[in-house]
Design a protein around this ligand. Structure first.
Ligand SMILES: *Cc1c(COP(=O)(O)O)cnc(C)c1O
Length: 242
């Protein structure tokens, strides 16, 4: 392509994206009950896409890399709530603790302890969800109920003053099999109910169930999600080879 054409096609793509992000957001919001909060998953997407979503009223964004989230936080409006949704390495915690609103992905007792320690340095109480392994795939991170009980029963946990557990998170198997996906979401809801009863009955902040992505969020909503994490249905497919 010669240069003029290239500039034009980039511009056309930009215009299409601008209207699409807003439209996509409006379409998705229209299907969500009031009890469900939309986390716009903006990982790998440029700041300009997030700004478009912001201008369309979106205030909650989900990222899965600590440094990418920090960099975006620095340049975007300060009233954005940043949700961390990916696997968090302990040596990266420090980049997000000053500003993160909710960490969805606590998958080990060690990680929770490290978050607590870093939050203490910043004199913050950081809201967290426990991530559970509900999918058939081996690769997805997360606790099982027994591990969560061990964590919640431990003296180390009871001494943590700078984190607050607000609920659970999970990712279903990547499959077209709706019955399987629904079964996994029901499983996460059952884990939530068990933990609520056994550990958090008198703690109103323990109320969140984060489940459902672009391809399965309608099922997750039917099964009791309070947060859905939607990326490509808002921003378009991600390109990891750039
Ligand atoms: C990427 C990601 C999402 C969003 O995925 P889409 O299929 O693009 O909606 C949701 N949750 C987690 C944990 C993710 O890593």
């Amino acid at each position: 392509m010669d240069n003029d054409k290239k500039i034009f096609s980039n511009f056309a793509r930009f215009l299409i994206l601008v209207t699409m992000i807003k439209e996509n957001l409006e379409k998705i919001r229209a299907t969500l009950p009031k009890s469900v909060t939309l986390v716009a998953v903006s990982k790998t997407k440029p700041v300009s896409d997030l700004q478009e979503a912001y201008d369309a009223g979106q205030r909650i964004f989900g990222e899965n890399h600590a440094l990418e989230m920090r960099d975006k936080h620095e340049v975007l409006p300060q009233d954005i709530q940043w949700h961390f949704i990916g696997h968090l390495q302990t040596n990266k915690i420090k980049y997000i603790i000053p500003f993160v609103t909710l960490i969805h992905s606590i998958d080990t007792a060690n990680l929770l302890e490290a978050v607590n320690k870093e939050a203490k340095k910043h004199d913050r109480v950081v809201d967290c969800l426990l991530q559970f392994h509900i999918a058939q795939e081996q690769t997805k991170f997360g606790l099982d109920l027994e591990e969560a009980r061990q964590l919640l029963d431990s003296e180390t946990f009871k001494a943590m003053e700078n984190i607050r557990i607000c609920g659970v998170m999970g990712m279903a198997t990547f499959t077209d099999d709706e019955i399987e996906v629904r079964k996994e979401f029901k499983h996460l809801k059952a884990i939530f109910d068990t933990l609520k009863k056994d550990y958090f009955a008198d703690q109103p902040q323990f109320k969140e169930i984060s489940m459902g992505m672009s391809d399965d969020y309608p099922i997750a909503v039917e099964e009791g999600a309070t947060f859905v994490r939607v990326g490509s249905k808002i921003f378009g497919a991600r390109n990891y080879n750039k």
